[in-house]
Design a protein around this ligand. Structure first.
Ligand code: ADP
Ligand code: MG
Length: 704
């Protein structure tokens, strides 16, 4: 009898030692865990290639032919056996470095073999190192070999391999597991959904995901299981969002009053873009709808999000509420303070204050009092504003800039800052353009607004790709801009694994700049400096006292130096596209033509070359983000790690499965709408499964 919660040690072929390995190495504790351990790759062992079709970029291939000659070559550690193998369409070398004595005895010339392995090219010749090799009797001419089918490959660790638990052994265990399963595996989706989307049954999908009977069956099994996974994530998010809206009444801001109108009609320095107006209308809608607003505002760097946040803040103030604006770093918080104070210069009745970790002593006490007695209208700060001792009189509107640095947990903490029976409206702003598919999964509980238009008059930044050995040309270009009185950023990557080397590179670059430009001053900023030093260096650059800033990505988020017109990114190949785009957004803030130079080494892989080219060709953050997601996969996308919603997607891939995600989402929406009381018998299966998954492997902790 099969019971998914039974301990894996009872499976035939496992036992206590292997059970321990399975649990420690890949987290498999139960039979159910094992069943849900999917292969990462399949090899079609029914397909036989011809040597004339083979090139060095192909994955595993299978060939049928004969060894025409075989001889040992080389001495000592270089000793190897090379067999020339032919199927009549060409030659390929089979190479063995180990087990030479066995190989020499086992394989014979003029015998037909079935060869399996990964082709490579060495010295211009096709080779397969250490092929799997089997004798073939009389079906050498048959292109489709009977009895062979798709083979699953399972991820295993070195420890597992040493414990004789390589992929093939895992496959064997799984087939032992299937032998226990006498009934069909119970269905996990409601019948109507299976019918509507013509999905494979759960039972059939689970069999085929491990041991596909055909390419088509594999494709359908994958689609079914991806749908399953995405459907339950979407159902969970949408249900949670609905319940929150129902539970959570919202502050109703009835008036657009003096503050808004005075600012809008008297002090606004430029007309709003159409996109800004539209977004403000959307926010305005939410603010009087009677439920708590949770809105994600996406807008490319420089699209004018701050102004939108400010105008909406004034509405909150007009209705007698306080506003908090939270930024991820002190520098950014200070810049917000400065920008907003400048905008509101003509309205001295509004009190705007800064609260960060470095605001101390008497000043801090004053500010705390102002927050509590309501005399502070807008509080700007870092995460210091959500510390427990910060008490508002009546917080009505919270703006979180650069959400991906904070995550959902902090957002929840802000909600708890209510002083009224209802929680404040929340606007999350991000300049990281999150592709729609990803936003749906990560922020499925947020409504989304997009500023898809830049203020007029901006000159698009010109992006240039340059190889490192042309550093002189880069210096020349810098000199031209510096002579015009402009400033230059030079950015180096800093990655934990290569931190020491990265810092050395940066230091070297800093010295180079000082030598190449003795007539200019150079600042340098990196994460290893004390925060006071960092601050001092940044401030000097922002004030124009230094002309060149050599930095790691600490400058990535938000700093605003309109006089900087050149962004040089060293080792650009090591950055993600979204990150490059963010960095590039640091220039092009003034009226002058700005430049971004992507400096790379000369040997680049095909993918890297494409990535760099996308940056050269496009300045559209969304386009770049989509491309990035396709090339890298979503796990790498900035911010997903910190998002606080750690979905471990088992099989779906958000980058590639956008279409399935869309279907899964509409199925989930439909289910929620058609069965609001969660009582229809045909859906019981779904509500039960959602419950199981919630308590099981999806991390809802941060949001529910
Ligand atoms: P974001 O935060 O979206 O990257 P900012 O809010 O910092 O962008 O705005 C970038 C710059 O554009 C600021 O200097 C801001 O004053 C200016 N700006 C904002 N809205 C407009 C507009 N409608 N017309 C002209 N300039 C604008
Ligand atoms: Mg901003």
């Amino acid at each position: 009898m099969f019971n998914p919660s039974d301990d894996i040690k009872f499976l035939s072929g496992v036992g206590p030692q292997r059970a321990e390995l399975l649990e420690k190495e890949i987290g498999i504790r139960t039979m159910g865990d094992m069943l849900n351990y999917f292969p990462y790759r399949y090899v079609d062992r029914s397909k036989v290639y011809r040597i004339s079709e083979i090139d060095g970029n192909m994955p595993y291939v299978q060939l049928v032919g004969q060894i025409v000659s075989m001889e040992p070559i080389g001495e000592g550690r270089n000793r190897r056996i090379v067999g020339r193998f032919s199927d009549g369409t060409g030659f390929i070398e089979l190479v063995w470095f180990q087990g030479l004595r066995f190989v020499g005895k086992a394989y014979k010339v003029r015998t037909t073999y079935l060869i399996f392995g990964k082709p490579t090219v060495f010295n211009g010749r096709l080779q397969i190192n250490h092929p799997e090799i089997e004798t073939v009797q009389d079906n050498a001419d048959i292109p489709e070999i009977k009895g062979y089918s798709f083979r699953p490959y399972y991820h295993t660790t070195d420890k597992m391999k040493r414990g004789f638990l390589a992929s093939a052994a895992v496959a064997k265990l799984i087939s032992n597991l299937f032998a226990l399963i006498t009934d069909s595996l119970p269905e996990t989706l409601p019948r109507p959904i299976i019918d509507q989307y013509r999905l494979m049954s759960y039972d059939e999908a689970m069999h085929n995901i491990h041991f596909p009977t055909s390419a088509e069956a594999l494709r359908r099994a994958q689609a079914r299981l991806k749908f399953d996974e995405l459907f339950y994530i979407q159902l969970g998010i949408l249900r949670y969002a609905r319940n929150r809206k129902e539970r959570q009444g919202g502050l109703i801001f009835t008036t657009v009053g003096d503050n808004f109108n005075t600012f809008y009609h008297k002090h606004l320095p430029f007309p709003l873009t159409e996109a800004q107006k539209r977004v403000i209308r959307e926010i305005r809608q939410d603010m009087r709808a009677g439920y708590q607003m949770n809105r994600l505002l996406q807008g490319d760097v420089g699209s004018g999000k701050t102004l939108v946040a400010l105008l909406c803040s004034l509405i909150a103030i007009d209705n007698g509420y306080q506003v908090v604006i939270m930024a991820p770093t002190e520098i950014l918080a200070e810049q917000h303070l400065e920008t907003i104070r400048r905008f509101l210069e003509g309205m001295p009745q509004l009190r705007i204050e800064l609260l960060t970790g470095s605001v101390k002593g008497k000043k801090r006490k004053e500010i705390m009092e102002g927050i509590l007695d309501g005399t502070i209208h807008i509080l700007i700060g870092t995460h210091a504003v959500i510390e427990d001792n910060v008490r508002f009189r009546n917080l009505g509107f919270a703006v979180i800039d650069e959400q991906h640095r904070f995550g959902v947990a902090q957002r929840a903490k802000l909600w708890d800052k209510r002083t009224t029976p209802t929680q404040p409206h929340v606007l999350v702003m991000t300049a990281t353009p999150i592709p729609r598919t990803l936003a749906m999964t990560l922020y499925g509980d947020l409504d989304v607004s997009v500023i898809d238009q830049l203020p007029p008059g901006r000159k698009p930044i010109r992006t240039i790709h340059q190889f490192l050995h042309h550093i002189n040309r880069i210096h020349e270009a810098m000199r031209t801009e510096l002579r015009k009185g402009h400033q230059v950023y030079v950015v180096y990557p800093l990655i934990e694994d290569t931190e020491k080397m990265d810092l050395e590179n940066l230091e070297e670059g800093y010295q180079q700049m000082r030598e190449a430009f003795p007539e200019y001053k150079v600042s340098r900023v990196h994460g290893k400096l004390k925060s006071s030093e960092k601050e001092a260096e940044m401030t000097a650059f922002a004030a124009g006292e230094t002309q060149i800033l050599v930095a790691t990505t600490v400058i990535e988020v938000g700093v605003n130096v309109p006089n900087a017109s050149v962004m040089i990114i060293m080792n650009a190949e090591r950055f993600g596209l979204s990150q490059l785009h963010q960095l590039r957004g640091r220039v092009g803030r003034g009226a002058e033509q700005s430049y971004c130079v992507l400096v790379t080494k000369q040997e680049l892989s095909e993918t890297t070359r494409k990535r760099i080219q996308i940056m050269v060709d496009s300045t559209d953050g969304f386009e770049i983000a989509e491309a990035d997601l396709k090339l890298r996969g979503p796990g790498d996308l900035e911010g997903t790690q910190q998002s606080g919603m750690a979905f471990d997607l088992k099989i779906a891939n958000i980058a590639r499965d956008g279409q399935i995600l869309t279907y899964a989402r509409s199925a989930a929406e439909q289910l929620l709408e058609s069965d609001p009381t969660e009582s229809l018998p045909e859906n019981r299966i779904a509500w039960k499964r959602l419950q199981e998954l919630r308590s099981d492997n999806i991390n809802w902790g941060a949001i529910s």
